[in-house]
Design a protein around this ligand. Sequence first.
Ligand SMILES: [Zn+2]
Length: 509
Amino acid sequence: MGFANSTMAGRCDMEDFSSLKRSDDSLFTFTHDGIVHHPEGGASYICRKELIKSVLRQLGLIPPDARFLPEFDPTAESLSNSQPLDLPAFDSGISLSPDGQGSSVTIYVHIGAQPNNSPHTGTITVFAAAFVFARALQTTYAALRERALSMGMDTSGWVDALRAVVQLDIVDTAPDSSKTTRVDGITYQRSHRSTGAMGSFLPDYHTLLSSLSDFVDGQVEYSVTYQDALMRMPAMRDALRAIILDRQRVEAELAPETECLAIRSACPVDGCGMADKHGIRNQYAVDAGSTTITFRCPDHGEYSVRLEDPDARARIELNTPLRNLARTLVYMADSDASRIRGQSVPQRIHTRVTGADYQGTYQEQFLYRQLAFLADDMKLPLKALFPVFMYVPLIVDWSGAKLSKSYYVRKNAYEYLKPRGMEYLLEYRKMVEEGKDVEVLFRMVEGWFDEPKKLNSRVYSLEYVNLMFATAGQQRPVVVRTLDVVRRKEYAWLAVGLFVGYVLSKVVA
Ligand SMILES: [Zn+2]
């Protein structure tokens, strides 16, 4: 027992390096060589150049039989330099829609936020990625379609125009941690929606979106929605019903600690707003045409929500994995419902840009595995609607841990950034106040899409990002950097030219 305790204590101490700080240990003042590597691995090796084309194919927008010769590289021209599109470009001469208006598809590029602080560098890079990704979908699709036409391909499987819209989904149902209480061993929370705590941060999100819109020259539209809009979508009833009907399996897999579905609804009594955080005391009643969840407030007793009533449904809140699952099903259903006769692809497609912490096990076990069961229950063709996500590199601290707003806000973390003048990386507001050029981050993200090896399976440290800001003002003009790129080739040709000239002069002589 004593041994176990000392082992435990030893393990805790192993991670506490803070005592070394006072000793001015060289471990805390190490230097690096300033050279950045981008080793390729996993998906980055596959998608060296054709990232966006492969996404367009996954979204079902390029017919499988449309093949492009290797010499055509739609990303050869930097995405940042691509020409603005004239949308819609109904130039195929093939009218696929019944009204003869030309066929089109809108891709909703979703991003999410729980505005419990001003956006930090991680959030800003995800937002920037959504705009750059959306623009790249538009320009690459148009370029490939033009190419298909010029090659004389049958373009009946293509739509005339692709429009991408960035949609910020604000999760106002996230718990306001200062309002969490425990009663009889059950955790109750009040959400930001009921406490109104996020009001002071929302303007920062709007300013950021507007700056990004300017950054992409207005080529990408954007919109902002709240959770109730998602909950009101008709398919949400079917998605929640499918989850509730299969809850024995779903709750055991998605909530291994509580083995309960974390579906909540704030107590409707004025001034209360308490919600059973993990859904421990929820009761479910399902019959042919009705799905009812009964919640329990410790002060005011039971209250029920019938999922068939959109207004009642709008008051439902879901925890993160459940929300991820439910909204993916809803978006798949929305795509399916948007199909019109004579058009090969749906009118609406949904995709999501999110931080790379949602990559891997999270998505595989809590989303894709669940879809295999639930899409079937909802009679959704999973193969045709398979969701596509774009993961954005995490911004990490010195230890490699992702930047966390809750640690910053609640636990006073990242003190070490202050003396280095790097605190601005924690808050968009501070960045703007300190006169930092936020476009440095936007351009960094744009570069990731220009060279996908910088995007896939990669994290970036705060120190790296700080260097980006530090050197941004000193960078040589674009033309000089471009010359550097071509220089090696040019030198080779110049050498060949000189040699040939020398040989010819000898021959003539
Ligand atoms: Zn209550």
